[in-house]
Design a binder for this molecule. Sequence first.
Ligand SMILES: [Zn+2]
Ligand SMILES: [Zn+2]
Length: 387
Amino acid sequence: MDARAEAQKKLNSVRANLVDLSHKIHANPEAGFDERKASSWITDMLADAGFEIKANLCGLPTAFSARIGKGALHVALCAEYDALPEIGHACGHNIIAAAAVGAGLALSGVADEAGLTVTVIGTPGEESGDAGGKILLLERGAFEGIHAAMMVHPSPFDVLTPQIIAASTFDIRYTGKEAHASAFPEMGINAADALTVAQTAIGLLRQHIRATDRIHGIILHGGEAPNVIPAHTSARYIVRGRTLADLENLRLRVYRCFEAGALATGAKLEIIGGDRPYSELVHDPDIAALYKRNSELLGRSFARAEEEKHKVVASTDMGNVSLCVPTIHPMIGIASLPAVNHQKEFAQCCVTESADRAVADGALAMAWTAIDLARESRLRNRLITGG
Ligand SMILES: [Zn+2]
Ligand SMILES: [Zn+2]
């Protein structure tokens, strides 16, 4: 039997287990870098299928690698499995994880024959926004020797090459001084006013930024009581730009706004994090073309995405991988509209029949794409030589 047919047969035989895995991860949402159950369920499943497991990869307790085959072309399948605070798997990372495992299992019996080494890399903490799991794994060498990297990410509809922009997430802390807000206000330093000034400055800055830039944040702590001048306030902000270069320039301008808050009120400012941003994502056009063909063979369509892809703009640490290794990061549709990512309604859509089909289709489309990469000699040679 040909390798593609064999991969499909294997996928069909494990489909129910993949759906179980997806639903189990979904029912047990774990925050970034704390995904203990998910990573152990996944590694157990891959170990049972003969994969060589490295747990605690690069010193990250919930990261892992699982490798099979000894072929010349080394393909990585990235699995994310972190959830969002309060709204659980509202980004559908349970589907990402199960699809990556499915692709790995589909390839497990044919890797050597197809000329592939296959590694499922478990990448924690994608939603953290700064120093995400893939950034730490890249820094620590987990992607060395990998020739191509793939993952699929759920979204309302299929998008082959979504626009993925650079992003930096950081925390702001202001420290002022408490005082009775009515009796001795002149003795206080108002850390909440510092945030107000900063937010006003950011509001005014919006006139002067590029249409492709984004600035958004939340107040984490705004004060203790209305009759106490707030001495401690904090916020978390995300700044995004089309590329790392755009982002760097904008990030420094936003920092100035927070400095303005400190200057105006006398509160002390600390900025924490933000120095390991997510980069823009460069989609490898050849790998993407193969993935498209394979997805369409499974009955999926990218027609809608052509109109909408420039409207859907997000960020991921897979961007950083893409600057080092030829990468694809297609969005796989789960027919969730009107629910969209990061809504609790979307979380409910991540365990439907459509979601389960996305697991199987994403897995098989990636497995077939890996086999095609190894077969097409021009492409295989480009990937292996890094040309
Ligand atoms: Zn997300
Ligand atoms: Zn996500």
